[in-house]
Write a protein that binds this ligand. Structure first.
Ligand SMILES: Cc1cc2nc3c(=O)[nH]c(=O)nc-3n(C[C@H](O)[C@H](O)[C@H](O)COP(=O)(O)O)c2cc1C
Length: 152
């Protein structure tokens, strides 16, 4: 039976696309999904706030104690010397696209307006065939309309 279809401009051999979940955390598991007929796979989500939090947390531990001892103004090199951010995720995209024939779709959870765009660019460069963007914002103001929220 022919199950091939077109989705997001991508030619898929089947319309079955496992959605974002820990199933895509390993290359072996992504390959298994392909072997069992997945037409594409959506990777688990990279969370913008997670990247920010990790970066802030690392900065906190690296700078605590700074200026506390006259002979050593700080104990670690600047944040710029450290790699923080979505590197492991980008590596997964790269390795997955090298390993399987089906399109690999990245998933990004954005929080701040525009804050996700740099990560989206990196995902594209790493080989993502498409990007699923989840926008996350808890709306507590009853005066704000749904269309205003969507436009934002
Ligand atoms: C364990 C687990 C982890 C998930 N992780 C993500 C995720 O990282 N990003 C995301 O957008 N959705 C995530 N989802 C949601 C799924 O991608 C999917 O949208 C949801 O399970 C609904 O589909 P279903 O009715 O076929 O289960 C997760 C779901 C489960 C059960």
């Amino acid at each position: 039976m022919k199950l091939n279809t077109n989705y997001l401009g991508l030619d898929l051999k089947s319309p079955i696309v496992p959605s974002a979940s820990p199933l895509s955390e390993s290359i072996d598991s992504i390959r298994t999904m392909e072997d069992y007929g997945a037409g594409a796979v959506v990777l688990y989500s990279l969370f913008e706030e997670q990247i920010e939090a990790e970066s802030h947390e690392l900065n906190h531990y690296l700078t605590s104690g700074t200026d506390s001892f006259a002979e050593s103004l700080d104990f670690f090199p600047d944040m710029e010397s450290y790699i923080t951010g979505p590197d492991a995720y980008l590596e997964l995209i790269k390795r997955a696209t090298e390993t399987v024939y089906i399109p690999v779709i990245a998933s990004l959870n954005g929080v701040t307006p525009g804050g996700w765009t740099s990560h989206a660019t990196l995902m594209e460069q790493a080989g993502a065939a498409a990007i699923e963007l989840n926008l996350y914002a808890i709306q507590g103001n009853l005066e704000v309309s749904a269309s205003e929220i969507e436009a934002r």
